[in-house]
Design a protein around this ligand. Structure first.
Ligand SMILES: Cc1cc2nc3c(=O)[nH]c(=O)nc-3n(C[C@H](O)[C@H](O)[C@H](O)COP(=O)(O)O)c2cc1C
Length: 206
């Protein structure tokens, strides 16, 4: 089983990566593989709402979004990690996830997910809330920990000194491993995810 993580920071070795690595190393101890997908520093296109993705996938193929969707199809669980920018997730992770979920939501559905935010000081829980929205609309069980999934640090690597933050990450990893193993055991026992009703879209109340 494999967990795909997304580092929403342009810094591959920054604090978000530090938090994700803490999760990954604990996952390994639980016999779960992991990969950290680096969003990098190049431009990430925003969704333009063209709607063509429902048939053809996302029309834009000049950034890493489609590669992320392809990897998501093979993954069993997800961690989305972001630095806090002005009390919200980085613009790049939001742009990527808007497109990844609109164009490739089935790659994520019924797989557990967790959101992680790192900051110098404030805006962490608001950022976690934003990223958890992708799970709630897409049939994804949300993985808990012993605190909200946040860590503090400013200069790259500093988050490693946040002992409570790192403990929260390890406990999150344990819970992710537990949920993945439960889902797998259920599948082997003949219990798969439920059927989904055909979409009824009441855009406004008449
Ligand atoms: C544009 C920008 C906005 C930021 N806004 C906040 C903020 O609202 N609250 C905060 O505590 N830290 C803020 N920070 C600091 C980063 O969240 C912090 O340095 C974090 O550890 C960076 O993670 P990274 O190393 O993974 O990029 C901001 C940093 C930048 C570049």
């Amino acid at each position: 089983m494999k967990v795909l993580m997304l580092n929403g920071s342009p810094k591959a070795d920054g604090n978000t990566n530090r938090a994700l690595t803490e999760i990954g190393e604990q996952l390994k101890k639980e016999s779960i593989d992991y990969e950290i997908f680096q969003i990098g520093g190049q431009a990430i296109r925003d969704c333009i709402g063209c709607g063509q993705c429902t048939e053809k996938g996302c029309v834009f193929d000049d950034d890493v979004t489609n590669a992320f969707i392809a990897k998501a199809q093979e993954a069993d669980g997800f961690i989305f990690g972001t630095p806090v920018y002005y009390a919200h997730p980085s613009g790049r992770i939001q742009s990527l996830l808007d497109r990844a979920f609109y164009a490739g939501g089935t790659a994520f559905a019924f797989k557990p997910g967790a959101a992680v935010a790192v900051a110098r000081r404030a805006g962490t829980t608001a950022s976690v809330d934003v990223l958890e929205k992708y799970f709630g609309i897409n049939n994804m069980p949300t993985v808990p920990s012993t605190y909200w999934n946040v860590a503090h640090g400013r200069v790259p690597g500093e988050a490693g000194q946040d002992l409570e933050g790192m403990q929260t990450m390890r406990n999150l990893a344990r819970n992710m491993a537990w949920m993945l193993k439960c889902i797998e055991a259920g599948r082997k026992a003949g219990i798969d995810h439920p059927e989904v009703e055909k979409s009824a879209r009441t855009n406004f109340i008449r």
